[in-house]
Structure formats: C-alpha cells, structure tokens
Design a protein around this ligand. Sequence first.
Ligand SMILES: [Zn+2]
Length: 471
Amino acid sequence: MFIAYRYKLNPSQNQAEKMNNWLSMLRANYNFNLRDRIEAFEQVSKPLLGNYSRLEHKGECCPLTCSVSKNATLGSPWKNNGKKRNAYEQQSSNLLILKKERPWYRNIHSTVLQQNLKRLHKAFDNFFEGRGYPKFKNRSKFRSFSYPPGQVKITEKAVYLPSIGWCRYFNSRVIPQGFKVKTVTVRHKADGWYISLRLEDKSVPNIPKIEMSSVRNAIAGDLGLNKLISLSDGEIIANPKFFRQAERRKEIRTKRASRKRKGSKNRAKAYQYLAKIDNKVLNQRQDYHWKIAQALCKKAEILIFENLNIKGLLKKCQPKQDEEGRYLKNGRNAKRALSRLIADAAWGELKLKIKSVAEKLGLYFVEVDPKNSSRQCHKCGYIDKENRKKERFFCLNCNHLEDSDIQASKNILLRGLKQLGLDLNQLPSVRRKVTALEISSTLVDEPSNPSKVKQLELFDSSLWSVSPVIG
Ligand SMILES: [Zn+2]
C-alpha cells in the first residue's frame, strides 16, 4: 500500500540558497529539453524539410544511411547493445555532455537531473494519452525537484538529501512501522520548503471494498454555494468562503505592492506577503475539506455525489453583439462573482478528497448525473421547473414540501442506489429518512395527470432558514 506524508523542512540559509539555485538550473534544463522534444516531435508530425532531415544541419539525408529520431535530437538514439533508446534515455545520455559543457550542473545530484528528465517524459506521455501539450515552465510553475527511491534517509530529527546534506525538519507525524521511503519531492512554497514522502509497505494489502450485504447506511450530498453540502439525512455543511474572507485584505495589499519601486527589495517583500495570503486560503480550504471528508466517511458506507461539469460552470460568458456590431450586456460581471464563489468552494477538490478517504476505508463512492435533481420530486418523481422556488421545494403533483437542497440530495441518493442496484428496503436506516413511494416505477416516467395545486403562498418562508451544523 502507498501513502504520502508531507513535512515542513527547516533548512539552513546555505541549504535554502542551494535549493533555490538548483530549481533555476533544473528549470532551464527542463525548458531546454522540452524545446528539443517539441522540435523532434514536430519534425516527424509535420516535416519542415522533408521526411528525412534534421533541423540542426537543415540538410536532407538518405533514409537508408541515416535515421531520424522521433524522440529527441539531443543525445545518442542507440544503446550499446544496438537497441533503440526511448526519449528519456536518449536525453539522459546527453547529461554527461551537459556537465562537461556547463560544469555548474555538476552541483546538482545526478539522480535529481535524471528525475527532472523523467518529469518531462511523463508530461509527454500525458500528452500522448490526450491530456494537453507540455508547456514551458516559468518560475512560478516550477517549484519542485525529486529524488528517486533509495536516495533519501530520514531520522527523527533530520532528513538526508544527497548533495544538500542533513536538513532539519518539523516531525509532525510518525511514519508507520514497516513503511519504506520511496520517491521524495522537495517543494518550495510561499511559506518555506516542504518534502513529500511517498511511503510503501508491500505487506499491507490495498483495502478491499466493504461487502454489499454489510452496508447499513448510504448518504448523498447536493453541492451548493450558500450551503456547501446538503446531505440527504437533513444535515447541512456550511460554506465558510475562505477566499472571500481574505479578498478585501488581498485587494489592499495588492494595491500597496504595486506602488513599490520596481526591482526593489520592498516590492519583493510585498509580493511575498501576497503569496502568503493565497497560501493561507489554500491551507484553510484543504483543512476544512479533509475534515468534511472524514466526517462523511464515518456516517455511511455509501457516499453519493453529483457529477458536475465544473469547468463548464467556470466558463466566461461569450460576448454578445447586435446587428450593427455593438456589444450588448452579457451578464459577465455578475457571472464573474459567481465564478469566483464556485472556484472558492472547490467542489472538485472536495469530491476528490472524499473519494480518497472513502477508498482508504473500503467505502463506496458513486457519482450520478445531476440532471433535474433539484426540479424532480423524490416522492412522486414529478419534474417541473415550478416545483422549486429558491430554498423551498413544493411538489405541484403530490404537495410534498421540503428544503430544496435536501430534496435534491434525496434524488441523488435514489439515483446512486439505483446505479449500485440497491433497494431502499435493504437499508432500513436510510428508509426511515428517505421514504420514496414506488421509486423504481415513478422515478423514470413522469406521472400522467399532475394536478397543479398552487398553495405556495400558504407557507411561511421563514420556516426554511437553515442553520449550519458543521463549521
Ligand atoms: Zn411529488
């Protein structure tokens, strides 16, 4: 089983300087090798100079006597035994020449240089599997380097990083017995240096899923902004909006930083402070999300969430024009505020965390299609836009009245259970809270003759103000 632990480092000034130096050198090397691979790749995919030529000498060569490497133009494409090298191996064979030509690269531990090339190789592998073209890295995007397994030693008080030396760290959690240190990544953040350890114990098997027969409880959550999660058992998890809390302070500090003289130390300090605000928001959010994940996984064996297209929600509004080409209002300002709130809630990250905790415990994590989940009545299955009025849900077919988010989460629960092939009768503790009438028959088909009863005004909206339970 693999686990990952993170510790804060406490390096000496010399060590920190050295690591910073490494980062800038590694970044230059990464970008240099990336350009090399891009050129080789483009030369093969859309040849600039004919099929059998190389960009370096711009001459055509005969395919019978000269081979063109698809991988890279640096390094030797052949192994000693006559077999072909892959792109990583080819670029890695160039490291010796690099160290000869630029002796300062000898300061970096050789395995770190190799890992850096592997990182590039991984980026291209991702691209070949359809996940975006590798990008050149600027200073803010390149903040880590890593050691392969078997290089780093760790004791209670210090960690040994080859070529950097023994470095003290804050031992915030004990490594469980039997786990061995695998890959180690050193990362520079706004508030200092960190190491992430990948730990493995082969004797511990991955946890199998809990058997369906022993499942007692299932829970579903509807993700929102005013209430972060509304659970199908009626509980509500508040959304503290961490970014909004820090927004005003950040605004003031950004203005202050931008007034400082360019290139001055004070300007650098001011921007460092800004980065720390962002870092704090991130930490607060992550901490809150992990706590939610732990709390939910204690509640039930099956966790069901909606499968939201968050990227689509965050998209900018398209510009609108009238016939004469003038720009019309497209509601972008209002949308921007909403987008910020959605980004601040970080539903995707939250779901990932819940999923990871659930998998560690062997629980079921299910995602379902959220279509019409807030418009459909979970009792009778009737779908109507008019059913929902903001926080209040009132079914025009069966007069069912409930908080609209909790109502939606019950829909999600029913859909998730259906996906797993479960029945509410199998889960008595859930049935007490979600009493759906003939789910299987009515969930799909709309009832034929809905008698629309307009009784919405009869209910007092103050009934529907909800107080947060967690947080
Ligand atoms: Zn109904």
